[in-house]
Design a protein around this ligand. Structure first.
Ligand SMILES: [Zn+2]
Length: 170
């Protein structure tokens, strides 16, 4: 803001000086006085033209940054709308996610969002991979889900999966 105001003040001062020079030319008594004042006037007009170009550039840059900010605000508002009602939760595996209960086809289900993407203001629903993750420490199997945006995999809640005896009957 300061630079635009400074540039504008310089331009206004140049206009004032140019007006003064025009008055000098009008009231000049000799040819040399006219020549000197005309030369000064030309210099002032050139500097004024330069000020106008700079002001034009500043206004253009400002408009660009306003557009960028508007886009950012709209993205944040959109993100807030899409994540409304989601709560930060810890799953049985210990993993953290954003979760929201919602009713789909008369059944209540919980939708989970990727925390990594969430922190970058990206809404990405975790999708089940159909596989399980085995926790070596506890020996418990957890349902595995994946973020399709950043490819992170999550150990979710305990898996109902019961492995077979491992004995293949031929
Ligand atoms: Zn993700």
């Amino acid at each position: 803001m300061f630079t635009v105001i400074a540039e504008l003040s310089a331009a206004l001062a140049a206009i004032k000086e140019a007006t003064g020079l025009a008055k000098t030319i009008r009231e000049a008594k000799t040819e040399s006085e006219i020549l000197a004042a005309t030369s000064d006037l030309n210099m002032k007009l050139l500097s004024l033209q330069n000020d106008c170009f700079m002001l034009g550039d500043m206004v253009r840059l400002r408009e660009e940054s306003i557009m960028e900010l508007k886009e950012k605000i709209s993205h944040i508002e959109d993100f807030k709308r899409q994540t409304d009602g989601y709560k930060f939760e810890q799953l049985e595996s210990g993993a953290f996610v954003y979760a929201r209960k919602q009713v789909m086809n008369d059944t209540e289900t919980t939708v989970y969002l990727c925390t990594k993407c969430f922190s970058r203001h990206v809404v990405s629903i975790l999708q089940p991979t159909g596989k399980y993750s085995y926790d070596d420490n506890s020996g418990i199997r957890y349902v595995q889900s994946q973020c399709l945006h950043c490819s992170a995999t999550y150990m979710m809640n305990k898996s109902p999966y019961k492995p077979d005896s491992g004995v293949y009957v031929l």
